[in-house]
Ligand binder design. Structure first.
Ligand code: HEM
Length: 540
């Protein structure tokens, strides 16, 4: 910025070496002056609203009114800006900062050298998420090293990403395909129920069972592989690889935002990625090879996603390494989100026994006690649907919508000029807890999604609650995710009453990794429900 490019600095030093008055004292004075100007410049950058990354790009100031009005926001610390805001419970820190700067609609801040904006307002969220300007994702070193730059979630906005989304939409996420995998979810629901039943009366760390069920489900859809929820072996290895990837991607990598740190890898991100990637390549590569060796690729409906990718031809055909990236991401994205959301739901059921009783009652009315729940019942389970929405409101698995967006061109957001290359975030957690948006927002009350609000969609059309994002880059797995969660929760609650374990209550403290999970895994007791419970539904 000060000296321009490296070539310019070399010129400057070459010129100085010709200078006769270049005594040691003058060199020291010169070096001190350079240092001082660098310090002054950094203080000037830092003094800009939003901090140093915003100060550095004041060249974009053009004559429009929007351009001259800076977006309010914290300056943070010189050089690093507000990078600490992205550590720990970032959604809470950002919401608090937006509140104190009166910048809930739009706040600017600096994550090191990264210029960022964030909104805690549904209208501005719509403006950002539904605009084609914000259809890209910011570069992320960890994603790059884990090959995710070739997967749907991190691929730059363009032809490759569009082709991948189309293929996945047509063969993995379309309603026909979601329906076709119903039997698979039913089998896993039975396994879930039997694992929990085998531990009835004892404490169960429900997260472990849910993660294995969810992983098993994704392995079936993506790789056509079936495991048993209670089994270990290959499943455990896979789960451990997914956990490692999750931890790596969920961690703030300082090198992404402070380029002068990039050489050092002091968080060992690059090192850990380099250990994980060959294992993933071997694992997924072996499954790819097995599929290639198969003769024929099965019927249209029962094909898994590997078969689909292998059947692509011509320009659509992916290289083996691209296929591994796409397949691995599906396992990765589809596993934790579902398990994390289910854990929050069961936690809320334990904390609010009166709500759990109503769900039980609804299940008894709609399903009865003589048969198991089916996915066809979900349409009639309106109270359970309201419970799932209420948990998504208070505990969205991606409070900052998981991954940010990147602006590909200059634009105006909420009347402010936002330059190309700005990282944009939506604080869905803050929107969902805003008293101006939701009445009595901290109260757990599924009734808010009943009656006239029963058709409130959480799939992205109403930004007051859009836990799957919105617009072109919204979650393609939303219908699959919500169907799986609702069906498995219904199956578990049909069979059990969940109560707190003897030693521990329910601790709603959060930890934000890639998803926002319970910091202390939920431990519960599952009591098998007696047949023919009396109905409490409709009492109030
Ligand atoms: C409860 C379950 C889930 C939640 C809460 C969730 C949430 C999200 C969110 C917030 C985003 C970012 C959206 C945006 O930028 O607007 C996202 C993206 C994505 N999700 Fe999900 N998700 C869930 C389940 C799934 C499942 C089951 C899959 C796949 C099997 C999946 C695959 C993806 C992919 C591939 C993307 C990246 C889309 C892109 O960049 O084009 N998700 N998800």
């Amino acid at each position: 910025m000060i000296l321009g490019t490296e070539v310019e600095s070399l010129w400057l030093f070459a010129l100085l070496s010709k200078c006769k008055s270049l005594t040691p004292t003058n060199t020291i004075i010169f070096a001190s002056l350079v240092m001082l100007s660098w310090l002054i410049l950094n203080v000037v950058f830092w003094a800009h609203p939003g901090g140093p990354a915003w100060g550095k790009q004041h060249k974009w100031r053009i004559s429009t009114k929007a351009a001259t009005r800076p977006i309010p926001g914290p300056k943070g610390i010189p050089l690093v800006g507000s990078i600490q805001m992205m550590t720990g419970l970032a959604h809470r820190k950002i919401a608090a900062a937006a509140q104190s700067y009166g910048a809930k609609r739009l706040m600017a801040f600096s994550i090191g050298d990264t210029r960022a904006i964030v909104t805690c307002n549904p209208e501005v969220a719509k403006e950002i998420l539904n605009s084609s300007t914000f259809s890209d994702r910011p570069a992320n070193e960890t994603a790059y090293h884990l090959m995710f730059n070739r997967s749907i979630g991190f691929a730059p906005y363009g032809v490759y990403w569009t082709a991948l989304r189309k293929t996945a939409a047509a063969h993995l996420f379309c309603p026909k395909q979601v329906k076709a995998s119903e039997q698979q979810r039913l089998e896993i629901a039975k396994q879930l129920v039997s694992v929990v039943a085998s531990r009835s009366g004892r404490n169960v760390r429900i997260r472990d069972v849910l993660k294995l069920a969810s992983l098993n489900n994704m392995m079936c859809s993506v790789f056509g592989r079936k495991y048993d929820v209670a089994s270990s072996g290959e499943m455990e290895t896979l789960k451990e690889m997914v956990d490692q990837g999750y931890e790596l991607l969920g961690q703030l990598n300082w090198s992404d935002h402070l380029p002068f740190l990039a050489e050092f890898d002091f968080q060992k991100v690059r090192f850990r990625c380099s250990r994980l990637v060959p294992r993933v390549n071997r694992f997924v590569g072996r499954i790819l090879a097995e599929h290639k060796a198969k003769t024929g690729s099965g019927d249209e409906i029962n094909r898994d996603f590997v078969d689909v990718l292998l059947s692509l031809e011509g320009a659509d055909r992916l290289s083996d390494s691209d296929m591994i990236a796409v397949l691995w991401e599906m396992i990765f994205r589809g596993t934790d989100t579902v398990a994390v959301l289910m854990e929050w739901i069961i936690a809320r059921m334990v904390l609010h026994p009166e709500v759990q009783a109503k769900v039980h009652d609804e299940l008894d009315k709609v399903v009865g006690r003589s048969r198991a729940v089916t996915e066809a019942d979900l349409a009639e389970l309106v109270y359970l649907t309201a419970v799932v929405k209420e948990v998504l409101r208070l505990h969205p698995p991606g409070p900052l919508l998981s991954w940010s967006r990147l602006s590909i061109r200059d634009s105006v957001v909420d009347g402010y000029h936002v330059p190309a290359g700005t990282t944009a975030m939506v604080n869905m957690w803050a929107i969902a807890r805003d008293p101006q948006v939701w009445a009595d927002p901290l109260k757990f009350d599924p009734h808010r999604f009943l009656g006239p609000n029963s058709d409130f969609s959480v799939l992205g059309s109403d930004l007051r609650l859009a836990p799957f994002g919105s617009g072109r880059r919204s979650c393609p797995g939303k219908t699959l995710g919500i169907t799986t969660v609702s069906f498995w929760v219904a199956s578990l609650l049909h069979e059990f009453q969940f109560v707190a374990s003897d030693h521990k209550g329910v601790d709603l403290s959060e930890v934000l990794r890639l998803s926002c999970e319970m910091v202390n895994p939920l431990v519960v007791r599952a009591r098998p429900r007696p047949k023919g419970l009396s109905t409490v539904f409709g009492r109030d």
